[in-house]
Design a protein around this ligand. Structure first.
Ligand code: C5P
Length: 224
């Protein structure tokens, strides 16, 4: 990951955006396997900044401290299981509203996107801000009810004790914050393909995503 920040996006980049628990993480992992590309879950970067702030006892609304944490972040911190908790998701969405946090995390994401051969990145603003030139873009959605159930099951499997009602409220709060913020709000890029996974099993969703990306890849190859 040593290419300069302004290196062109010449390789195959897949942007997978969407709200919490839409299935985008599993889809991104499946696409990485199918197209033999490395995958970056960019939500982990924001989760990591949120957890660093909490560990330091800092106020999540303090943009200066949050930006300072973001500048300290290194790749080896992203494997920490503590980043997968419900509290980390909430903290992530609060620090993600700060433009200086987003700026501090941008180079890490763009460098990942520009690596030789390409990459898959999943998040909220990959197709719009981080890799607007990505050759394949998906915006993965599912109804809030379906997403809440998925996230609740995931959290239960991780050993967290939380009610479905509280997870529903988390999802609604995060959707509103991620979509309503001024800095890089969550939205589909104009050229993204929308994939609603509400009625799909995860295998079905992964297959549909693979077909969308195969079509984008064929178009990209024929145009180069
Ligand atoms: O994807 P995940 O739910 O782990 O993301 C946690 C939070 O990080 C999101 O709710 C969002 O506020 C923020 N995020 C973001 N931009 C990204 C990825 C995540 O703002 N590219």
């Amino acid at each position: 990951m040593t290419l300069p920040e302004d290196a062109p996006l010449t390789s195959f980049v897949i942007a997978v955006d969407g709200p919490a628990a839409s299935g985008k993480g599993t889809i991104a992992t499946g696409l990485g396997k199918a197209f033999d590309l490395p995958v970056l879950d960019t939500g982990l970067l924001y989760r990591c900044v949120g957890v660093m702030m909490q560990k330091a006892g800092a106020n999540l609304d303090n943009h200066e401290e949050a930006a300072a944490c973001a500048l300290l972040l290194t790749a080896d911190q992203l494997d920490d299981p503590a980043l997968r908790t419900r509290a980390a998701g909430e903290a992530a969405s609060r620090v993600a509203v700060h433009p200086r946090v987003r700026d501090a995390l941008m180079e890490f994401q763009r460098t990942f996107a520009r690596q030789e051969g390409g990459a898959v990145l999943d998040g909220r603003d990959i197709g719009t801000v981080i890799a607007p030139d990505a050759q394949a873009k998906l915006f993965v959605t599912a109804s809030p009810e379906v997403r809440a159930e998925r996230r609740w099951k995931q959290l239960k499997a991780q050993g967290e004790r939380v009610s479905l009602k509280d997870v529903r409220a988390d999802i609604a709060r995060r959707d509103a914050r991620d979509g309503g913020r001024d800095a890089a709000p969550m939205r589909p890029a104009p050229d993204a393909v929308l994939l609603d996974t509400s009625e799909m099993t995860i295998d079905h969703a992964a297959d549909a995503a693979r077909r969308i990306v195969e079509a984008a890849r064929a178009k990209w190859i024929s145009s180069t």
